[in-house]
Design a protein around this ligand. Structure first.
Ligand code: ARG
Length: 570
Protein backbone atom coordinates (compact mmCIF):
# COMPACT_ATOMS: atom_id res chain seq x y z
CA UNK A 1 0.00 0.00 0.00
CA UNK A 2 1.21 3.49 -0.80
CA UNK A 3 2.24 5.47 2.27
CA UNK A 4 0.69 8.83 1.46
CA UNK A 5 2.45 10.65 4.26
CA UNK A 6 5.79 9.60 2.86
CA UNK A 7 4.73 10.57 -0.65
CA UNK A 8 3.51 13.95 0.54
CA UNK A 9 6.76 14.53 2.43
CA UNK A 10 8.62 13.82 -0.84
CA UNK A 11 6.52 16.39 -2.63
CA UNK A 12 6.90 19.02 0.10
CA UNK A 13 10.63 18.65 0.58
CA UNK A 14 11.86 20.98 -2.23
CA UNK A 15 9.78 23.91 -0.96
CA UNK A 16 10.80 23.33 2.66
CA UNK A 17 14.53 23.75 2.60
CA UNK A 18 16.24 23.54 5.95
CA UNK A 19 13.50 21.38 7.48
CA UNK A 20 14.34 17.74 8.06
CA UNK A 21 12.25 14.99 6.59
CA UNK A 22 11.34 13.81 10.09
CA UNK A 23 10.01 17.23 10.97
CA UNK A 24 8.01 17.45 7.77
CA UNK A 25 6.42 14.07 8.49
CA UNK A 26 5.55 15.19 11.98
CA UNK A 27 3.95 18.39 10.73
CA UNK A 28 1.56 16.71 8.32
CA UNK A 29 -1.91 16.54 9.86
CA UNK A 30 -5.10 14.73 8.96
CA UNK A 31 -7.89 17.28 9.50
CA UNK A 32 -10.95 16.07 11.36
CA UNK A 33 -13.16 17.86 8.83
CA UNK A 34 -12.45 16.60 5.33
CA UNK A 35 -13.40 20.01 3.90
CA UNK A 36 -9.95 21.03 5.09
CA UNK A 37 -8.35 18.36 2.96
CA UNK A 38 -7.28 14.77 3.43
CA UNK A 39 -3.97 16.07 4.71
CA UNK A 40 -2.92 19.52 5.85
CA UNK A 41 0.30 21.30 6.64
CA UNK A 42 0.19 24.10 9.23
CA UNK A 43 2.98 26.58 8.50
CA UNK A 44 3.23 28.54 11.78
CA UNK A 45 6.37 26.77 12.89
CA UNK A 46 8.13 27.56 9.63
CA UNK A 47 8.03 31.33 10.09
CA UNK A 48 11.23 31.39 12.11
CA UNK A 49 13.26 29.31 9.69
CA UNK A 50 11.92 30.71 6.44
CA UNK A 51 11.60 34.29 7.75
CA UNK A 52 8.23 34.98 6.20
CA UNK A 53 4.67 35.31 7.43
CA UNK A 54 2.98 31.85 7.74
CA UNK A 55 0.24 32.54 5.14
CA UNK A 56 2.91 33.59 2.64
CA UNK A 57 4.81 30.40 3.32
CA UNK A 58 1.65 28.34 2.91
CA UNK A 59 0.94 30.04 -0.39
CA UNK A 60 4.42 29.28 -1.72
CA UNK A 61 4.28 25.66 -0.67
CA UNK A 62 0.77 25.19 -2.06
CA UNK A 63 1.89 26.51 -5.44
CA UNK A 64 4.94 24.30 -5.48
CA UNK A 65 2.93 21.08 -5.14
CA UNK A 66 -0.25 22.07 -6.98
CA UNK A 67 0.69 20.15 -10.12
CA UNK A 68 1.56 16.91 -8.40
CA UNK A 69 -0.78 14.28 -9.90
CA UNK A 70 -1.30 12.73 -6.46
CA UNK A 71 -3.55 15.68 -5.64
CA UNK A 72 -6.91 16.62 -7.07
CA UNK A 73 -6.63 20.01 -5.40
CA UNK A 74 -4.25 21.97 -3.18
CA UNK A 75 -5.46 25.04 -1.32
CA UNK A 76 -3.86 27.66 0.83
CA UNK A 77 -6.15 28.78 3.65
CA UNK A 78 -4.48 31.24 6.01
CA UNK A 79 -1.44 29.49 7.43
CA UNK A 80 -2.48 26.09 6.15
CA UNK A 81 -1.80 24.08 3.03
CA UNK A 82 -4.81 21.81 2.51
CA UNK A 83 -4.24 18.82 0.29
CA UNK A 84 -6.94 16.76 -1.39
CA UNK A 85 -5.89 13.40 -2.79
CA UNK A 86 -7.14 12.29 -6.16
CA UNK A 87 -10.15 10.21 -5.13
CA UNK A 88 -10.06 7.82 -8.04
CA UNK A 89 -6.39 6.96 -7.49
CA UNK A 90 -6.94 6.54 -3.78
CA UNK A 91 -9.94 4.25 -4.38
CA UNK A 92 -7.99 2.10 -6.84
CA UNK A 93 -5.06 1.81 -4.48
CA UNK A 94 -6.93 1.12 -1.23
CA UNK A 95 -9.76 -1.09 -2.44
CA UNK A 96 -7.36 -3.00 -4.70
CA UNK A 97 -5.00 -3.60 -1.81
CA UNK A 98 -7.73 -4.71 0.62
CA UNK A 99 -9.12 -7.17 -1.92
CA UNK A 100 -5.63 -8.53 -2.58
CA UNK A 101 -5.11 -9.20 1.13
CA UNK A 102 -8.67 -10.30 1.81
CA UNK A 103 -9.29 -11.65 5.29
CA UNK A 104 -5.72 -10.76 6.28
CA UNK A 105 -6.04 -7.08 5.57
CA UNK A 106 -3.99 -5.09 8.08
CA UNK A 107 -1.78 -8.02 9.04
CA UNK A 108 1.89 -7.07 9.12
CA UNK A 109 5.31 -8.32 10.09
CA UNK A 110 6.12 -5.34 12.24
CA UNK A 111 6.97 -7.72 15.06
CA UNK A 112 9.40 -9.76 13.00
CA UNK A 113 8.49 -12.89 14.95
CA UNK A 114 9.72 -11.54 18.29
CA UNK A 115 8.30 -13.22 21.37
CA UNK A 116 5.59 -11.39 23.28
CA UNK A 117 4.01 -12.86 26.38
CA UNK A 118 0.51 -11.70 27.24
CA UNK A 119 -0.71 -12.70 30.66
CA UNK A 120 -4.43 -12.25 31.22
CA UNK A 121 -7.53 -13.50 33.04
CA UNK A 122 -5.60 -15.18 35.90
CA UNK A 123 -8.55 -15.86 38.21
CA UNK A 124 -8.21 -17.39 41.66
CA UNK A 125 -9.03 -21.07 42.04
CA UNK A 126 -12.15 -21.88 44.03
CA UNK A 127 -13.33 -18.29 43.86
CA UNK A 128 -16.24 -17.14 41.71
CA UNK A 129 -15.44 -16.16 38.14
CA UNK A 130 -17.47 -13.00 38.18
CA UNK A 131 -18.20 -10.05 35.93
CA UNK A 132 -15.10 -8.25 37.26
CA UNK A 133 -12.92 -10.91 35.63
CA UNK A 134 -14.26 -10.18 32.20
CA UNK A 135 -12.00 -7.17 31.90
CA UNK A 136 -8.61 -8.85 32.12
CA UNK A 137 -9.91 -11.80 30.12
CA UNK A 138 -11.31 -9.87 27.17
CA UNK A 139 -8.82 -6.98 27.08
CA UNK A 140 -5.88 -9.36 27.39
CA UNK A 141 -7.13 -11.71 24.74
CA UNK A 142 -7.64 -8.84 22.31
CA UNK A 143 -4.16 -7.45 22.98
CA UNK A 144 -2.78 -10.92 22.28
CA UNK A 145 -4.76 -11.07 19.00
CA UNK A 146 -3.47 -7.64 17.99
CA UNK A 147 0.17 -8.56 18.66
CA UNK A 148 -0.28 -11.75 16.73
CA UNK A 149 -1.67 -9.76 13.80
CA UNK A 150 1.30 -7.42 13.98
CA UNK A 151 3.67 -10.32 13.42
CA UNK A 152 4.81 -11.07 16.96
CA UNK A 153 5.14 -14.58 18.27
CA UNK A 154 2.53 -14.44 21.02
CA UNK A 155 2.43 -16.72 24.05
CA UNK A 156 -0.74 -16.53 26.18
CA UNK A 157 -0.48 -17.23 29.89
CA UNK A 158 -3.19 -17.66 32.48
CA UNK A 159 -1.35 -17.02 35.76
CA UNK A 160 -3.86 -18.84 37.93
CA UNK A 161 -4.18 -17.82 41.58
CA UNK A 162 -3.82 -21.42 42.69
CA UNK A 163 -1.66 -21.09 45.75
CA UNK A 164 -1.78 -19.70 49.25
CA UNK A 165 -2.84 -20.38 52.82
CA UNK A 166 -6.53 -20.49 51.86
CA UNK A 167 -5.94 -23.94 50.42
CA UNK A 168 -4.95 -25.17 53.87
CA UNK A 169 -8.30 -23.90 55.14
CA UNK A 170 -10.23 -25.39 52.27
CA UNK A 171 -8.65 -28.81 52.76
CA UNK A 172 -9.43 -28.75 56.48
CA UNK A 173 -13.02 -27.73 55.76
CA UNK A 174 -13.45 -30.36 53.10
CA UNK A 175 -12.16 -33.10 55.38
CA UNK A 176 -14.53 -32.09 58.15
CA UNK A 177 -17.71 -31.14 56.38
CA UNK A 178 -17.33 -31.78 52.70
CA UNK A 179 -18.20 -34.48 50.24
CA UNK A 180 -17.04 -35.40 46.80
CA UNK A 181 -20.36 -35.30 44.97
CA UNK A 182 -21.10 -31.71 45.94
CA UNK A 183 -17.71 -30.52 44.72
CA UNK A 184 -18.08 -32.36 41.44
CA UNK A 185 -21.57 -31.04 40.85
CA UNK A 186 -20.79 -27.40 41.53
CA UNK A 187 -17.12 -26.99 42.32
CA UNK A 188 -16.63 -23.29 42.86
CA UNK A 189 -19.67 -22.42 44.92
CA UNK A 190 -19.24 -25.59 47.00
CA UNK A 191 -15.58 -24.87 47.72
CA UNK A 192 -16.50 -21.31 48.52
CA UNK A 193 -19.09 -22.55 51.02
CA UNK A 194 -16.45 -24.71 52.71
CA UNK A 195 -14.20 -21.71 52.93
CA UNK A 196 -16.94 -19.59 54.50
CA UNK A 197 -17.86 -22.38 56.90
CA UNK A 198 -14.22 -22.62 57.93
CA UNK A 199 -14.21 -18.98 58.99
CA UNK A 200 -17.44 -19.34 60.93
CA UNK A 201 -16.20 -22.40 62.79
CA UNK A 202 -12.74 -20.96 63.38
CA UNK A 203 -14.31 -18.11 65.35
CA UNK A 204 -15.61 -20.66 67.82
CA UNK A 205 -12.58 -22.91 67.64
CA UNK A 206 -9.33 -21.03 66.89
CA UNK A 207 -7.34 -24.28 66.80
CA UNK A 208 -8.74 -24.73 63.30
CA UNK A 209 -6.43 -21.96 62.13
CA UNK A 210 -3.41 -23.88 63.38
CA UNK A 211 -4.67 -26.99 61.69
CA UNK A 212 -5.06 -25.06 58.42
CA UNK A 213 -1.55 -23.65 58.67
CA UNK A 214 -0.12 -27.08 59.29
CA UNK A 215 -2.11 -28.44 56.37
CA UNK A 216 -0.82 -25.73 54.06
CA UNK A 217 2.74 -26.49 55.15
CA UNK A 218 2.14 -30.15 54.29
CA UNK A 219 0.89 -29.00 50.89
CA UNK A 220 3.98 -26.85 50.42
CA UNK A 221 6.17 -29.81 51.27
CA UNK A 222 4.44 -31.89 48.65
CA UNK A 223 2.69 -34.38 50.94
CA UNK A 224 0.73 -36.60 48.51
CA UNK A 225 -2.64 -36.48 50.31
CA UNK A 226 -2.75 -32.70 50.43
CA UNK A 227 -1.37 -32.30 46.94
CA UNK A 228 -3.99 -34.66 45.58
CA UNK A 229 -6.85 -32.69 47.14
CA UNK A 230 -5.43 -29.38 46.03
CA UNK A 231 -4.93 -30.74 42.49
CA UNK A 232 -8.52 -31.91 42.44
CA UNK A 233 -9.85 -28.52 43.62
CA UNK A 234 -7.78 -26.90 40.90
CA UNK A 235 -8.98 -29.27 38.17
CA UNK A 236 -12.62 -28.87 39.13
CA UNK A 237 -12.34 -25.07 39.22
CA UNK A 238 -10.60 -25.05 35.85
CA UNK A 239 -13.47 -27.02 34.38
CA UNK A 240 -15.76 -24.17 35.34
CA UNK A 241 -13.38 -21.49 34.06
CA UNK A 242 -12.97 -23.37 30.79
CA UNK A 243 -16.70 -23.36 30.22
CA UNK A 244 -16.56 -19.57 30.23
CA UNK A 245 -13.41 -19.46 28.10
CA UNK A 246 -15.10 -21.71 25.55
CA UNK A 247 -18.11 -19.41 25.40
CA UNK A 248 -15.82 -16.45 24.85
CA UNK A 249 -13.68 -18.34 22.35
CA UNK A 250 -10.59 -17.65 24.42
CA UNK A 251 -7.59 -19.91 24.83
CA UNK A 252 -4.23 -20.03 26.58
CA UNK A 253 -0.87 -21.62 25.86
CA UNK A 254 -0.08 -22.06 29.54
CA UNK A 255 -1.95 -22.25 32.82
CA UNK A 256 1.18 -22.01 34.93
CA UNK A 257 0.02 -19.98 37.86
CA UNK A 258 1.32 -19.18 41.30
CA UNK A 259 1.71 -22.78 42.44
CA UNK A 260 4.02 -23.51 39.52
CA UNK A 261 6.60 -21.22 41.11
CA UNK A 262 6.29 -22.52 44.65
CA UNK A 263 9.37 -24.73 44.41
CA UNK A 264 11.38 -22.13 42.50
CA UNK A 265 11.33 -19.63 45.33
CA UNK A 266 14.47 -20.40 47.40
CA UNK A 267 16.72 -19.37 44.52
CA UNK A 268 15.27 -15.87 44.49
CA UNK A 269 15.26 -15.41 48.22
CA UNK A 270 18.93 -16.35 48.17
CA UNK A 271 19.61 -14.09 45.21
CA UNK A 272 17.99 -11.13 46.99
CA UNK A 273 20.09 -11.91 50.01
CA UNK A 274 23.32 -12.25 48.02
CA UNK A 275 22.66 -8.93 46.32
CA UNK A 276 22.24 -7.31 49.72
CA UNK A 277 18.64 -6.35 49.15
CA UNK A 278 17.01 -8.42 51.87
CA UNK A 279 16.51 -7.25 55.42
CA UNK A 280 15.14 -9.10 58.40
CA UNK A 281 12.18 -7.59 60.15
CA UNK A 282 10.62 -9.43 63.05
CA UNK A 283 11.45 -12.79 61.50
CA UNK A 284 10.10 -11.77 58.12
CA UNK A 285 12.26 -10.92 55.09
CA UNK A 286 11.65 -7.60 53.43
CA UNK A 287 13.01 -5.35 50.69
CA UNK A 288 13.06 -1.63 51.46
CA UNK A 289 11.98 0.65 48.65
CA UNK A 290 12.09 4.03 50.43
CA UNK A 291 14.49 5.39 47.83
CA UNK A 292 11.76 4.97 45.25
CA UNK A 293 8.93 6.31 47.41
CA UNK A 294 7.37 2.89 47.62
CA UNK A 295 6.33 0.94 50.71
CA UNK A 296 8.32 -2.02 51.98
CA UNK A 297 7.83 -5.28 50.07
CA UNK A 298 7.33 -8.43 52.13
CA UNK A 299 9.23 -11.34 50.54
CA UNK A 300 8.81 -14.11 53.10
CA UNK A 301 6.67 -14.24 56.23
CA UNK A 302 8.11 -15.12 59.61
CA UNK A 303 7.04 -18.74 59.12
CA UNK A 304 9.11 -18.81 55.93
CA UNK A 305 6.17 -18.92 53.52
CA UNK A 306 6.45 -16.77 50.41
CA UNK A 307 4.14 -14.09 49.13
CA UNK A 308 2.36 -13.05 45.96
CA UNK A 309 5.16 -10.67 44.98
CA UNK A 310 7.84 -13.31 45.54
CA UNK A 311 6.04 -15.63 43.13
CA UNK A 312 5.78 -12.80 40.60
CA UNK A 313 9.51 -12.21 40.79
CA UNK A 314 10.13 -15.90 40.17
CA UNK A 315 7.60 -15.93 37.33
CA UNK A 316 9.23 -13.00 35.52
CA UNK A 317 12.69 -14.56 35.63
CA UNK A 318 11.30 -17.95 34.62
CA UNK A 319 9.57 -16.39 31.63
CA UNK A 320 12.72 -14.57 30.56
CA UNK A 321 14.81 -17.72 30.86
CA UNK A 322 12.23 -19.97 29.22
CA UNK A 323 10.82 -17.78 26.46
CA UNK A 324 13.39 -15.00 26.14
CA UNK A 325 10.58 -12.50 25.65
CA UNK A 326 10.86 -9.21 23.86
CA UNK A 327 7.92 -7.99 25.91
CA UNK A 328 6.14 -9.48 28.90
CA UNK A 329 2.68 -7.95 29.28
CA UNK A 330 0.48 -8.23 32.39
CA UNK A 331 -3.16 -7.32 31.95
CA UNK A 332 -4.19 -6.80 35.57
CA UNK A 333 -6.57 -4.36 37.33
CA UNK A 334 -5.30 -0.94 38.34
CA UNK A 335 -5.95 -1.90 41.98
CA UNK A 336 -2.66 -3.77 41.69
CA UNK A 337 -0.63 -0.79 40.44
CA UNK A 338 1.37 -0.61 43.63
CA UNK A 339 2.18 -4.31 43.56
CA UNK A 340 3.54 -4.03 40.04
CA UNK A 341 5.52 -0.90 40.82
CA UNK A 342 7.22 -2.64 43.73
CA UNK A 343 7.80 -5.77 41.72
CA UNK A 344 9.41 -4.06 38.73
CA UNK A 345 11.56 -1.96 41.06
CA UNK A 346 12.85 -5.07 42.77
CA UNK A 347 13.64 -6.71 39.42
CA UNK A 348 15.64 -3.61 38.49
CA UNK A 349 17.46 -3.61 41.80
CA UNK A 350 18.34 -7.24 41.19
CA UNK A 351 20.09 -6.04 38.04
CA UNK A 352 17.79 -7.55 35.42
CA UNK A 353 18.24 -5.22 32.49
CA UNK A 354 15.09 -6.63 30.88
CA UNK A 355 12.88 -5.46 33.78
CA UNK A 356 11.51 -2.58 31.71
CA UNK A 357 10.44 -5.03 29.00
CA UNK A 358 7.80 -6.11 31.50
CA UNK A 359 4.69 -4.00 31.17
CA UNK A 360 1.75 -3.76 33.52
CA UNK A 361 -1.36 -2.89 31.49
CA UNK A 362 -3.93 -1.74 34.05
CA UNK A 363 -7.67 -1.24 33.63
CA UNK A 364 -10.49 0.34 35.63
CA UNK A 365 -13.42 -1.16 37.50
CA UNK A 366 -16.66 -2.50 36.11
CA UNK A 367 -19.80 -2.11 38.17
CA UNK A 368 -23.34 -3.27 37.54
CA UNK A 369 -26.28 -0.92 37.17
CA UNK A 370 -28.08 -2.76 39.94
CA UNK A 371 -25.34 -1.86 42.42
CA UNK A 372 -21.84 -2.82 43.37
CA UNK A 373 -20.82 -6.40 43.87
CA UNK A 374 -19.85 -7.78 47.19
CA UNK A 375 -18.58 -11.31 47.62
CA UNK A 376 -19.17 -11.12 51.34
CA UNK A 377 -22.81 -10.15 51.07
CA UNK A 378 -23.35 -12.68 48.33
CA UNK A 379 -23.91 -10.03 45.69
CA UNK A 380 -21.75 -11.63 43.03
CA UNK A 381 -22.62 -11.63 39.38
CA UNK A 382 -21.18 -14.67 37.69
CA UNK A 383 -19.70 -14.06 34.27
CA UNK A 384 -21.27 -17.24 32.96
CA UNK A 385 -24.72 -15.96 33.93
CA UNK A 386 -24.08 -12.67 32.18
CA UNK A 387 -23.06 -14.45 28.99
CA UNK A 388 -26.04 -16.80 29.14
CA UNK A 389 -28.40 -13.92 29.67
CA UNK A 390 -26.87 -12.04 26.73
CA UNK A 391 -27.42 -15.08 24.51
CA UNK A 392 -31.01 -15.57 25.77
CA UNK A 393 -31.96 -11.96 25.17
CA UNK A 394 -30.34 -11.95 21.75
CA UNK A 395 -32.29 -15.08 20.83
CA UNK A 396 -35.50 -13.23 21.71
CA UNK A 397 -34.49 -10.18 19.67
CA UNK A 398 -33.61 -12.38 16.70
CA UNK A 399 -36.99 -14.09 16.83
CA UNK A 400 -38.82 -10.79 17.22
CA UNK A 401 -37.01 -9.21 14.30
CA UNK A 402 -37.49 -12.27 12.17
CA UNK A 403 -33.80 -12.26 11.44
CA UNK A 404 -32.75 -14.22 8.41
CA UNK A 405 -30.50 -16.94 9.80
CA UNK A 406 -30.10 -20.65 9.28
CA UNK A 407 -28.95 -21.32 12.78
CA UNK A 408 -30.58 -19.23 15.49
CA UNK A 409 -28.50 -20.76 18.30
CA UNK A 410 -25.21 -20.07 16.59
CA UNK A 411 -26.16 -16.52 15.69
CA UNK A 412 -27.55 -15.79 19.14
CA UNK A 413 -24.28 -16.96 20.71
CA UNK A 414 -22.10 -15.01 18.28
CA UNK A 415 -24.10 -11.82 18.69
CA UNK A 416 -24.95 -12.07 22.40
CA UNK A 417 -21.46 -12.91 23.56
CA UNK A 418 -19.96 -10.61 20.97
CA UNK A 419 -22.06 -7.78 22.38
CA UNK A 420 -20.60 -8.28 25.84
CA UNK A 421 -17.04 -8.42 24.47
CA UNK A 422 -17.53 -5.35 22.30
CA UNK A 423 -19.01 -3.37 25.16
CA UNK A 424 -16.02 -4.29 27.28
CA UNK A 425 -13.64 -3.00 24.63
CA UNK A 426 -15.51 0.19 23.75
CA UNK A 427 -13.93 2.62 26.19
CA UNK A 428 -10.38 3.36 27.18
CA UNK A 429 -9.48 0.45 29.40
CA UNK A 430 -8.40 2.66 32.28
CA UNK A 431 -11.89 4.14 32.65
CA UNK A 432 -14.31 2.67 35.17
CA UNK A 433 -17.59 1.75 33.55
CA UNK A 434 -21.10 0.68 34.39
CA UNK A 435 -22.47 -2.43 32.76
CA UNK A 436 -25.89 -1.67 31.29
CA UNK A 437 -27.95 -4.33 29.55
CA UNK A 438 -29.86 -1.80 27.54
CA UNK A 439 -26.69 -0.42 26.05
CA UNK A 440 -24.95 -3.73 25.45
CA UNK A 441 -27.66 -5.33 23.34
CA UNK A 442 -28.76 -2.29 21.39
CA UNK A 443 -28.70 -3.03 17.65
CA UNK A 444 -28.66 0.64 16.67
CA UNK A 445 -26.04 2.28 18.89
CA UNK A 446 -22.29 2.05 18.73
CA UNK A 447 -22.41 -1.58 19.72
CA UNK A 448 -21.20 -5.02 18.75
CA UNK A 449 -24.53 -6.06 17.24
CA UNK A 450 -24.52 -2.90 15.12
CA UNK A 451 -21.10 -3.66 13.64
CA UNK A 452 -21.89 -7.35 13.16
CA UNK A 453 -25.19 -6.44 11.56
CA UNK A 454 -23.45 -4.03 9.18
CA UNK A 455 -21.03 -6.79 8.24
CA UNK A 456 -23.92 -9.21 7.65
CA UNK A 457 -25.69 -6.66 5.46
CA UNK A 458 -22.57 -6.33 3.33
CA UNK A 459 -22.46 -10.13 3.02
CA UNK A 460 -26.07 -10.10 1.95
CA UNK A 461 -25.37 -7.57 -0.82
CA UNK A 462 -22.52 -9.71 -2.06
CA UNK A 463 -24.84 -12.74 -2.16
CA UNK A 464 -27.39 -10.72 -4.12
CA UNK A 465 -24.73 -9.44 -6.50
CA UNK A 466 -23.88 -13.02 -7.35
CA UNK A 467 -20.62 -14.90 -7.63
CA UNK A 468 -19.93 -13.62 -11.12
CA UNK A 469 -19.78 -9.97 -10.16
CA UNK A 470 -17.85 -10.77 -6.99
CA UNK A 471 -15.23 -12.62 -9.03
CA UNK A 472 -15.07 -9.74 -11.53
CA UNK A 473 -14.65 -7.20 -8.75
CA UNK A 474 -11.75 -9.18 -7.32
CA UNK A 475 -10.08 -9.27 -10.73
CA UNK A 476 -10.36 -5.52 -11.27
CA UNK A 477 -12.74 -2.56 -11.16
CA UNK A 478 -13.01 1.00 -12.40
CA UNK A 479 -12.26 3.32 -9.45
CA UNK A 480 -13.96 6.24 -11.24
CA UNK A 481 -17.21 4.97 -9.75
CA UNK A 482 -15.89 5.28 -6.20
CA UNK A 483 -15.35 9.01 -5.92
CA UNK A 484 -18.57 10.14 -4.19
CA UNK A 485 -18.29 11.77 -0.77
CA UNK A 486 -19.49 8.81 1.26
CA UNK A 487 -17.47 6.29 -0.77
CA UNK A 488 -14.40 8.45 -0.27
CA UNK A 489 -14.93 8.73 3.50
CA UNK A 490 -15.29 4.97 3.76
CA UNK A 491 -12.16 4.39 1.67
CA UNK A 492 -10.11 6.71 3.86
CA UNK A 493 -11.16 4.76 6.96
CA UNK A 494 -10.25 1.47 5.31
CA UNK A 495 -6.87 2.93 4.40
CA UNK A 496 -6.24 3.89 8.04
CA UNK A 497 -7.03 0.42 9.42
CA UNK A 498 -3.49 -1.08 9.45
CA UNK A 499 -2.17 2.03 11.17
CA UNK A 500 -4.99 1.80 13.71
CA UNK A 501 -4.07 -1.79 14.55
CA UNK A 502 -0.42 -0.81 15.03
CA UNK A 503 -1.41 2.07 17.30
CA UNK A 504 -3.71 -0.17 19.35
CA UNK A 505 -0.79 -2.54 19.87
CA UNK A 506 1.63 0.19 20.81
CA UNK A 507 -0.78 1.61 23.37
CA UNK A 508 -2.18 -1.75 24.56
CA UNK A 509 -5.57 -0.27 23.76
CA UNK A 510 -8.06 -2.47 21.86
CA UNK A 511 -10.69 0.30 22.12
CA UNK A 512 -8.83 2.09 19.32
CA UNK A 513 -9.80 -0.79 17.02
CA UNK A 514 -13.33 -0.87 18.43
CA UNK A 515 -13.92 2.79 17.71
CA UNK A 516 -12.45 2.56 14.27
CA UNK A 517 -14.69 -0.28 13.18
CA UNK A 518 -17.70 1.63 14.50
CA UNK A 519 -16.57 4.50 12.26
CA UNK A 520 -16.22 2.12 9.33
CA UNK A 521 -19.68 0.64 9.96
CA UNK A 522 -21.20 4.12 10.09
CA UNK A 523 -19.39 5.22 6.93
CA UNK A 524 -20.46 2.03 5.20
CA UNK A 525 -24.09 2.64 6.12
CA UNK A 526 -23.90 6.20 4.81
CA UNK A 527 -22.46 4.90 1.55
CA UNK A 528 -25.21 2.28 1.39
CA UNK A 529 -27.80 4.98 2.06
CA UNK A 530 -26.40 7.49 -0.44
CA UNK A 531 -25.68 5.24 -3.37
CA UNK A 532 -27.48 2.56 -5.24
CA UNK A 533 -25.11 -0.39 -5.30
CA UNK A 534 -26.62 -3.12 -7.45
CA UNK A 535 -27.19 -0.88 -10.47
CA UNK A 536 -27.80 -1.90 -14.11
CA UNK A 537 -24.44 -0.76 -15.40
CA UNK A 538 -22.07 -3.63 -14.89
CA UNK A 539 -18.84 -1.62 -14.58
CA UNK A 540 -20.42 0.60 -11.93
CA UNK A 541 -21.92 -2.34 -10.11
CA UNK A 542 -18.58 -4.16 -10.10
CA UNK A 543 -16.73 -1.18 -8.64
CA UNK A 544 -19.30 -0.68 -5.88
CA UNK A 545 -19.32 -4.37 -5.06
CA UNK A 546 -15.53 -4.17 -4.76
CA UNK A 547 -15.90 -1.45 -2.13
CA UNK A 548 -18.59 -3.40 -0.26
CA UNK A 549 -16.28 -6.39 -0.21
CA UNK A 550 -13.35 -4.32 1.04
CA UNK A 551 -15.52 -2.95 3.86
CA UNK A 552 -16.67 -6.45 4.71
CA UNK A 553 -13.11 -7.79 4.96
CA UNK A 554 -11.99 -4.90 7.14
CA UNK A 555 -14.97 -5.18 9.51
CA UNK A 556 -14.43 -8.92 9.86
CA UNK A 557 -10.71 -8.43 10.54
CA UNK A 558 -11.48 -5.80 13.18
CA UNK A 559 -14.09 -7.98 14.86
CA UNK A 560 -11.67 -10.91 14.93
CA UNK A 561 -9.04 -8.76 16.65
CA UNK A 562 -11.54 -7.98 19.39
CA UNK A 563 -12.27 -11.70 19.70
CA UNK A 564 -15.70 -11.60 18.04
CA UNK A 565 -17.33 -13.64 15.33
CA UNK A 566 -18.63 -12.05 12.16
CA UNK A 567 -21.77 -13.96 11.15
CA UNK A 568 -22.61 -13.77 7.45
CA UNK A 569 -26.34 -13.71 8.11
CA UNK A 570 -28.30 -12.06 10.86
N1 ARG B 1 -4.96 -13.87 40.62
C1 ARG B 1 -4.85 -12.45 40.75
C2 ARG B 1 -6.20 -11.85 41.13
O1 ARG B 1 -7.23 -12.41 40.84
C3 ARG B 1 -4.36 -11.79 39.49
C4 ARG B 1 -3.00 -12.24 39.04
C5 ARG B 1 -2.33 -11.21 38.22
N2 ARG B 1 -1.09 -11.63 37.68
C6 ARG B 1 0.10 -11.58 38.29
N3 ARG B 1 1.14 -12.04 37.65
N4 ARG B 1 0.21 -11.09 39.50
O2 ARG B 1 -6.22 -10.78 41.71
Amino acid sequence: MIDYREKIADALQPAMEGISREEILEMIETPADSKMGDYALPCFKLAKVLRKAPPMIAKGIAESIADDPMFAKVEQVNAYVNMFLDRKDLAGEVVGEVLAQGGDYGRSDLGGGRKVIVEYSSPNIAKPFHIGHIRSTVIGSSIANIYDYLGYDVFRINHLGDYGTQFGKMIVAYRRWGNREDVEREPISTLLDYYKRFHEEAEKDPSLEDEARATFTRLEHGEPEEVELWQWFRDESLKEFNRVYDMLGIRFDSYNGESFYSDKMPRFVKELEDKGLLEEDDGAQIVRLDDYDLPVALITKSDGSTLYITRDIAAAVYRKETYDFYKNIYVVASQQNLHFQQWIQILEMMGYEWARDCVHVPFGLVSMEEGTMSTREGRVIFLEDVLNRAVDQTREIIKEKNVNTENIEETAAAVGIGAVIFNELSNYRIKDYVFSWEHVLNFEGETGPYVQYTHARACSILRNAGEDIVAKAKAGFDPNFLTGDSANELIKLLYAFPQVVAEAGEKYEPSIVTRHIVDIAQAYNRFYHDEHILVEDEAEKTAKVALVMAAKYTLAAGLALLGMKAPERM
